[in-house]
Write a new protein. Structure first.
Length: 348
């Protein structure tokens, strides 16, 4: 590894493509990967799809901050068995376009939400089950509020941005690595340290998150590829980070916490919260949402024992099985609703 402060300017798009392609070799499902053009072809959203011939309602996966579509490799095979599956790199991340985001939190959030809707229109998907992790969970909820007719169900995996920020920093319970990134994000982009250190940033990433290797060790031929992927997917112009920074308050919290807006999600949209029992993300807003949505068809919370923030990768079998259970509830409800005029509540 060599240190070069200008190295991130010279980032090679072919390199992230190669890393991503090698990672996807562990996925058995027949997949397609492609760019979806939006905004009169001015922007592109990198997309992966599987089992698109299925007539069942699709599942759409939305990754978290500094992530990308390859983060979902522990889940794609299983979740695409019974229905079409789509995942995409959010604008400003991965292999999607890097537009400028507003510094206004409401405007920046709207930019992300509208890009998801633009993607949906181009894909000609009428309705889908939306599964968002972390920051992707926050954006998926914001999308559901604005476009309720497009969301059949909302699955939030350890969603970021729901609770209020504690009154004092002493009350903020976060791992040390997040505290370091949070401090840096007050002055620079959250991942600026990785970029300015050149490829040495991969070592920094391994030091900050040694647990990532364990998450993918049984999937990847080279488990360290996950570090290369995260690093190179975030070496380019950090516009997504700027958008996130506009929305975030001290990195771990949102300026407009979603707990104050969860009641604006249509009562016809069931919501399932899935938290890792060892995650730094506060699960209390999930439980609070049950009382805030008393008239909804369903709002429930699942804690997966032993999982951390990346619950989908920490305990993939348990996570996949529970999401499959959700699929079965939704399919059963739709079948019963179609044959019975009486309203049927989705089981929790």
């Amino acid at each position: 590894y060599s240190w070069n402060p200008w190295n991130w300017f010279l980032a090679n798009l072919n390199l992230i493509e190669t890393i991503e392609t090698n990672m996807f070799k562990c996925v058995k499902a027949s997949m397609e990967r492609y760019h979806v053009n939006i905004r009169n072809n001015s922007l592109k959203i990198w997309t992966v799809s599987a089992n698109t011939e299925s007539k069942n309602i699709p599942i759409v996966l939305v990754h978290g901050f500094c992530g990308g579509i390859a983060m979902w490799i522990p889940n794609i095979d299983y979740l695409s068995e019974s229905r079409p599956l789509y995942a995409f790199d959010l604008l400003g991340f991965g292999r999607s376009s890097r537009p400028n985001f507003s510094s206004d939190p409401i405007v920046a959030e709207t930019q992300f939400v509208e890009s998801i809707e633009d993607w949906r229109k181009e894909m000609k998907i009428e309705q889908f089950i939306l599964l968002g992790h972390s920051f992707g969970g926050y954006l998926s909820t914001a999308y559901s509020i604005k476009y309720p007719q497009r969301v059949r169900a909302l699955i939030l995996a350890d969603p970021w941005g729901f609770p209020d920020k504690p009154a004092t920093k002493a009350d903020v319970q976060m791992p040390m690595w997040i505290r370091v990134v949070a401090k840096a994000s007050q002055y620079f982009g959250p991942l600026s340290v990785l970029r300015v250190t050149g490829t040495f940033g991969v070592r920094v990433l391994k030091h900050l998150r040694p647990d990532f290797r364990r998450k993918y060790v049984n999937l990847l031929e080279d488990p360290d590829a996950i570090y290369d992927y995260i690093y190179h997917a975030n070496r380019f112009h950090p516009s997504g980070e700027a958008g996130f920074r506009a929305i975030a308050e001290y990195f771990g919290y949102a300026k407009n916490p979603m707990i104050h807006r969860i009641d604006k999600v249509s009562d016809n949209i069931p919501i399932w919260f899935i938290y890792g029992s060892r995650s730094w993300v506060d699960s209390e807003p999930g439980f609070a949402s049950i009382s805030l949505r008393q008239n909804s068809v369903s709002t429930s919370v699942k804690l997966i024992t032993g999982a951390g923030h990346h619950v989908y990768a920490d305990k993939p079998n348990e996570f996949n099985e529970y999401v499959k259970y959700i699929f079965e509830l939704i399919d059963e409800f739709d079948m019963r609703e179609g044959s019975d005029s009486d309203a049927v509540q989705i089981e929790q």
